[in-house]
Design a binder for this molecule. Structure first.
Ligand SMILES: [Zn+2]
Length: 424
C-alpha cells in the first residue's frame, strides 16, 4: 500500500501516473541526511560530505543555473569538490559548464570531474557528428527545424577516469563508482553505502528502458540487466533515477530493479534463442512475447522507448543489417521500386484499400499502402493527404515518445510537400 501511495503522491499532476513519471520534474528535496535531489529532465544529486559537496550529474546546461541557485538558497553553500558523470549524455553532463562558472565566480577551487574512461570518446564523437546529432534529436523529440542543442562548448571533459570500479573519498565519505554498459558504453552508477543511497543514472528512469532507441548508437540490454541485479544486491533504501522522482523503501526498490532486469533479460534471451534457430529479424519481432505481469509495472511503461525497439536492438548487437530478403542485399532505392509498382497497379484502388484499412482500425497497414503510393506518385495529393492524416492519427494514440517523433516528422514532411504541390 505504501508503495502505491508513493506513486499517487508523485503524480498529482492530473496525468495518468505512469505517463507522468519519466517526465516528472519538481522542486529539490532532501531524500536522506545531507542528500539533496533535483528532479529535472536529467536529474542531479548533491551529497554533503563534511565541508564540501559531491555532485552526481549536473542536469543539462539550460537547467543547471536553476539547480545551482536552488542548492545555494535552500541547502548548502559549501564548495563542490567532485562532479561525477553517470554517462556522457547531454542532459547529464552539459550543466558542468554552469557548475564550473559558479566556482570561478565565487573564487572556489575548480570542481574535478570523474567519469568512466570511455566517456571522452563519446564527447569526441559528439563533436565529429554535431550536426547529425542536432538533426536526429529534432526527429526524436519533434523539435522545430532551426533547433540544435549540440554545441562543442557543452562538453567538459573529465579530469579523473577509471575502468571497472573506483572508490572515491570526499570529506570522509566513501562513494563506490561502478561501471556497467547499459544505455551507454560509458556508464557509471554510484553507491553511497553509509546512507544506502543509489544513483542509477539512466539505468533506471521510470519507464521501459531506453535500450532500443531507434535513432542512436548501440545499447546493451544484457549488461544492463546484470547491472540492475548488482544494484539490487546492495539493498538500497533510496533510489535516485536519471529521470523521474526519487524512489524510497527497500522492498519497492528491489521490485523496481529486479523486474526491470527481468524485462530486459526476457527480451534479450528470446531474441538470442530465435537467432540461434536461424530466424530473421521481422520473424523474431512477430514472435516476441512480453510478460504481462512485468508490462503492468508503473516503471515499465513504453512512454519513451518501446520494448519492440529493445528486441530490434538486441538483434543489431549480435547480427548484421541484412533482413533475409535477397532483393534487399543490393537493393534499388525504395522510391524507384514504388514508381515501378505504381506503373503496374492502379494507385486509386490501393488508396481505397488504405482507407478501408483505416476505417477498420488497421492504421499500421494503411500507412504502408499510402507510403507506396506517395513514393511512387510524388504528385498524388490524395496519397500525401492520407499519409499525413494516418500518421497524425497514430501520433495521437502512440505512447512511445520515440515512435511519436517519427510520426510527427512524417506529418511535417507531408505538409511541406503538399504546400509545395499547391504552389507549383
Ligand atoms: Zn538521460
Amino acid at each position: 500500500m505504501a508503495d502505491q501511495e508513493q506513486l499517487d503522491v508523485r503524480n498529482a499532476a492530473g496525468k495518468p501516473p505512469e505517463e507522468a513519471l519519466f517526465f516528472y520534474q519538481g522542486e529539490s528535496e532532501v531524500v536522506a541526511p545531507g542528500v539533496f535531489f533535483f528532479p529535472k529532465m536529467g536529474t542531479s544529486t548533491v551529497f554533503e560530505c563534511d565541508d564540501r559537496l559531491v555532485v552526481v550529474d549536473t542536469s543539462p546546461r539550460w537547467v543547471a543555473p536553476r539547480t545551482i541557485e536552488e542548492l545555494r538558497e535552500k541547502h548548502s553553500k559549501a564548495p563542490v569538490e567532485t562532479i561525477v558523470y553517470t554517462h556522457g549524455h547531454i542532459d547529464h553532463t552539459s550543466g558542468a559548464v554552469g557548475w564550473r562558472a559558479e566556482a570561478e565566480e565565487r573564487k572556489l577551487p575548480r570542481p574535478r570531474i570523474v567519469a568512466h574512461e570511455d566517456l571522452a570518446n563519446r564527447f569526441d564523437r559528439y563533436k565529429l557528428l554535431r550536426e547529425q546529432n542536432n538533426f536526429i534529436n529534432r526527429v526524436q523529440f519533434d523539435l522545430p527545424e532551426h533547433m540544435g542543442m549540440w554545441d562543442d562548448s557543452n562538453w567538459v571533459y573529465p579530469d579523473v577516469t577509471y575502468r571497472d570500479v573506483l572508490n572515491l573519498e570526499v570529506g570522509g565519505e566513501r562513494f563506490e563508482l561502478y561501471h556497467a554498459r547499459g544505455e551507454t558504453d560509458d556508464e557509471t552508477w554510484v553507491w553511497c553505502a553509509s546512507r544506502r543511497v543509489l544513483c542509477t543514472g539512466d539505468t533506471f528512469v521510470w519507464s521501459s528502458p531506453n535500450a532500443g532507441n531507434p535513432y542512436k548508437v548501440q545499447r546493451y540490454a544484457k549488461d544492463w540487466a546484470d547491472a540492475l541485479e548488482r544494484m539490487a544486491g546492495l539493498r538500497p533504501e533510496v533510489l535516485l533515477p536519471g529521470h523521474g522522482p526519487v524512489m524510497q523503501g527497500e522492498s519497492l526498490i528491489q521490485d523496481a530493479l529486479l523486474s526491470t532486469a527481468q524485462w530486459l533479460r526476457t527480451i534479450h534471451d528470446q531474441v538470442v534463442e530465435k537467432m540461434n534457430e536461424g530466424k530473421w529479424l521481422e520473424d523474431i519481432i512477430r514472435e516476441m512475447e512480453y510478460p504481462e505481469e512485468l508490462a503492468k509495472k508503473p516503471w515499465l511503461q513504453p512512454i519513451y522507448d518501446h520494448p519492440e525497439f529493445i528486441a530490434r536492438n538486441v538483434y543489431r548487437l549480435y547480427g548484421g543489417w541484412y533482413d533475409g530478403d535477397p532483393a534487399h542485399i543490393l537493393p534499388a532505392h525504395s522510391d524507384d521500386v514504388a514508381r515501378e509498382l505504381m506503373g503496374a497497379v492502379d494507385s486509386k484502388s490501393l488508396l481505397e484499400r488504405a482507407r478501408k484499412l483505416r476505417e477498420d482500425g488497421d492504421l499500421q497497414m494503411a500507412c504502408h499502402l499510402a507510403d507506396w503510393v506517395k513514393k511512387g506518385e510524388p504528385e498524388n495529393r490524395e496519397a500525401w493527404e492520407l499519409f499525413r492524416d494516418l500518421f497524425a492519427e497514430r501520433a495521437k494514440v502512440e505512447r512511445s515518445l520515440m515512435a511519436r517523433g517519427a510520426f510527427h516528422r512524417a506529418v511535417r514532411l507531408a505538409e511541406a510537400h503538399l504546400a509545395e504541390l499547391r504552389s507549383a
